[in-house]
Design a protein around this ligand. Structure first.
Ligand code: HAM
Length: 462
């Protein structure tokens, strides 16, 4: 009897082995993916590739180079500066067989900081780097939030100036434009790390813990929208979080004296300057002093991008300046600014605005042998076309002719050709356009050039 070993690793670090001795005990397995992650069937992969292609081409036009790393990281990488919620509630962490604590990366920023710190003496700064890793967060799966997503990371190291901050936000804006979104479809919200905390503690005498509690509430209820501050829910939560200071804060929020106190901070003024610079370049970033980010490593500007359609309430991009993160590796200061942008939220947005492209097959031609004895000549033609860079599928399984054309249609292959005795003798073929049913006669040798020409006309099957 074969022995089947299943290894179950749960996130509370418990590792248990479960020996199943016989097939008899095996129950039928579910075909569902693990909770909160996605399978990518070819039609999903086509969308994913479209999303990644726009990311890639846009950032490469700005001179960014691609890097990558393993999904496994030592857990300690996140302890210092990734933020309490992420580390305590959202990481997939387990002990490996050598008793080391390992985490599936929940974000890429500590990893890229590690890579840069490790080779800082060999690298030529400023450094423009990007990556599209999958990252894992143990979150409640909901629209715009899953447990695994792919996240474009764009980071600029060694340029601690306003123009570098502007470049990063300009790239975010350009990515959205390249997906076909209009400026009215999204809002870029801008602020500066620490100004809320400093105002709460210096002007309103809140302790560190109290200010953290209030900032969490602002993050939860305000989401950058000042009007929501009058909502009862927020007021009640504030009362509970800081009973002694709630009344003063409520008044300060309502009368905007809180905002006036925020405006006095240098960081606020810096973000305003950035807002002006971006405005001159036609980029619609808007200062919003109530914006918060859930990471401890930000030291300068912070920003998020939101869809203006309430159907998609989750952020599309999140980023900012983090000049101190490389310190955790004992390296000298290397300034950094960047953002992360997820595939889940952008897909929702592109669907909402009907901006996903029609799907096209990579395969351009289905070659169908009239009978099994014609397989060799079909293979020869396929090899010739492939050598010209044309993607070709060979029908290996015998089907009725109508079914072959149906098969091409189901797989979105735009052209099909049948090869039998006549074709073999004459060297002439008739290429069928699956969409229009039109037949075009041509010499076998001319087919590559003909398909290449059709491709420039882009036949699309829905
Ligand atoms: P973040 O705001 O946590 O930032 O994530 C960036 C983007 O990733 C979000 O705006 C969203 O599009 C996507 N995202 C985050 N969590 C999820 C999720 N559970 N499901 C689907 N999509 C999600 C960071 O991760 C920073 N490390 C970004 C950064 C890079 N800062 C500087 N450089």
């Amino acid at each position: 009897m074969p022995r089947i070993l299943s290894l179950e690793v749960d996130i509370s670090h418990k590792v248990s082995y479960n020996w199943r001795m016989s097939k008899k005990n095996m129950t039928k397995l579910s075909t569902d993916p693990y909770k909160g992650v996605r399978d990518f069937y070819p039609e999903d992969m086509a969308i994913e590739n479209h999303i990644w292609n726009i990311m890639r081409t846009t950032v490469e036009r700005y001179g960014y180079e691609e890097y990558a790393a393993s999904i496994l990281e030592p857990s300690e990488l996140y302890y210092a500066k990734s933020g309490e919620e992420l580390v305590n509630e959202q990481t997939y962490t387990f002990k490996d067989r050598g008793n080391r604590e390992v985490t599936l990366r929940p974000e890429m920023t500590p990893t890229v900081a590690r890579l840069v710190a490790a080779k800082r003496r060999e690298l030529a700064f400023p450094l423009r780097w990007y990556s599209i890793p999958n990252v894992f967060r143990y979150e409640r799966p909901q629209r715009g939030r899953l447990r695994e997503h792919w996240q474009l990371n764009v980071d600029l190291f060694g340029a601690d100036i306003l123009e570098a901050d502007a470049e990063i936000i300009t790239i975010a804006h350009n990515i959205l434009q390249n997906y076909g979104l209009a400026k009215t479809h999204y809002a870029i919200r801008l602020s500066y790390a620490g100004i809320l905390k400093e105002t709460l503690e210096k002007e309103y005498a809140l302790s560190h813990e109290e200010s953290i509690r209030v900032i969490k509430l602002l993050d939860k209820f305000v989401k950058g929208n000042e009007n929501l501050l009058s909502k009862d829910e927020f007021k009640n939560a504030l009362q509970e979080a800081v009973p002694n200071k709630a009344d003063t804060l409520k008044k300060a929020f309502e009368k905007k004296t809180f905002l006036q106190a925020l405006e006095k901070q240098d960081g606020y003024q810096y973000s305003r300057n950035l807002e002006k610079l971006l405005d001159q370049e036609g980029i619609p970033a808007q200062m919003n002093a109530y914006l918060t980010r859930g990471f401890d490593y930000y030291t300068g500007i912070i920003f998020e991008v939101f869809d203006t359609n309430p159907a998609n309430s989750r952020s599309l991009f999140g980023g900012g300046r983090y000049n101190d993160l490389l310190d955790i590796f004992g390296a000298e200061k290397i300034s950094a600014v960047g953002f992360g942008m997820g595939d889940v939220t952008i897909r929702d947005v592109l669907e909402t605005y009907n901006l996903l492209p029609n799907r096209e097959s990579v395969t351009k031609l289905l070659i169908i042998p009239h009978a099994s004895e014609f397989i060799d000549i079909c293979k020869k033609l396929a090899a010739q076309l492939r050598s010209f860079g044309i993607a070709v599928a060979l029908q290996l399984v015998e089907k009725k002719m109508g079914e072959n054309f149906k098969y091409a249609e189901r797989h979105l292959i735009p052209f099909a050709v049948v090869i039998g005795k006549n074709e073999e003798i004459s060297g002439m073929l008739s290429v069928k356009n699956i969409l229009t049913q039109e037949q075009t006669p041509m010499r076998m040798d001319d087919i590559a050039a003909w398909i290449a020409e059709q491709q420039t006309r882009k036949p699309v099957l829905q």
